[in-house]
Design a binder for this molecule. Structure first.
Ligand code: PBG
Length: 325
């Protein structure tokens, strides 16, 4: 033998020297669920350990995240039923929960990068990401609303908008709208390769945003497809996206890698609610070690090629790093 591979694995110190992938708090995006009211913190039933907060407590939570080294928040709001309609009117309300949240968070934490979710589902009486006509999700009218919604988020102070709707042509429309309104520094993080996944189930619990009829398969991608992801991502880069995303993450590591090899802009991956819930449930049942599972899965997502990871484990992971220092 002239090569003994175990030489590089013989001790923790040697392994640390040759480790190819290391995670740090600035790799993460913290998803935040915000609800109306004050002093409210409600656990999401299907996401043990994860909460919906009223804005005052969401800010406290983000202050803790910031102190742990986390620098990016992705904001989702739970909209009261009486404000939902088919056109997503409330999404454009300058004093809506999203707009108020962005202003308050940027005010409290100016250096926290704030990204907003742009899609109609939390605002839609049908629970769909776009406008519905004759049971169809219509593309171009939806895109027009998403562009106005993005401008409204930019006005409130969002650093990036994150269209998660999967309509065609929305990145270009959003970019043009931002340019036209003078928001030259507002970025776009595009959910470019977003699959029609069962792993979004717990998230829809969190926001009460499950589709009222049908499913999302006419706009989100077929999990069986690979080349389609490359097509989607390349188009969004051409249309002006600053960061593209693959979603889900844990079950789509192959797609993350292929996308990473294809584009020259940062790639993010969304470790989604169902992927979080699986680890929590298995750990609770005593079937696996939670901390080890978190580290292994998040490392795998970064190793696959994700420059940024949106995950409900962001804070827990940052705490783990601090504990192990
Ligand atoms: C809404 C949106 C969804 C998620 C992020 N933005 C749900 C969906 O598309 O139905 C899923 C996030 C998660 O499951 O953690 N457009």
């Amino acid at each position: 033998m002239i090569r003994r591979n175990r030489i590089l694995r013989q001790s923790a110190s040697v392994r640390s020297l040759v480790r190819e992938t290391a995670l740090q708090p600035t790799d993460f995006i913290v998803p935040v669920f915000i609800t109306e009211g004050e002093n409210r913190k409600v656990e999401v039933h299907s996401m043990p350990g994860y909460f919906r907060y009223s804005l005052d407590l969401a800010i406290k939570e983000l202050e803790e995240c910031y102190a742990l080294g986390l620098r990016c928040a992705l904001i989702f709001v739970k909209v009261p039923d009486e404000l939902k309609d088919n056109l997503g009117k409330e999404a454009l309300n300058e004093n809506g929960l999203m707009q108020r949240s962005v202003r308050a968070i940027k005010n409290a934490l100016p250096d926290m990068v704030v990204i907003t979710d742009v899609a109609l589902d939390p605002y839609s009486s049908f629970g769909h990401d776009g406008i519905v006509e004759d049971q169809q999700i219509v593309n171009d009218k939806s895109v027009a609303v998403l562009a106005r919604m993005s401008v409204s988020h930019a006005k409130a102070g969002a650093d990036f908008v994150a269209p998660s709707d999967m309509m065609d042509g929305r990145i270009l429309a959003i970019r043009e709208a931002l340019e036209k309104e003078g928001f030259h520094n507002t970025g776009i993080m595009s959910y470019a390769a977003k699959y029609a996944s069962c792993f979004y189930g717990p998230f829809r619990d969190a926001l009460d945003s499950a589709p009222g009829f049908g499913d999302k398969k006419t706009y989100q991608m077929d999990p069986a497809n690979r080349l389609e992801a490359i097509k989607e991502v390349k188009m969004d880069v051409e249309e002006g996206a600053d960061i593209i995303m693959v979603k889900p993450a844990h079950t789509y590591l192959d797609i993350i890698r292929e996308v990473k090899n294809e584009v020259n802009i940062p790639v993010s991956a969304y470790h989604v609610s169902g992927e979080y819930a699986m680890i929590k449930a298995a750990a609770k049942a005593g079937f696996l070690n939670e901390e080890q599972a978190i580290i292994e899965v998040l490392t795998a997502i970064k190793r696959a090629g994700a420059d940024l990871i949106a995950t409900y484990f962001a804070k827990q992971f940052a705490q783990l790093i601090q504990k192990n220092k």
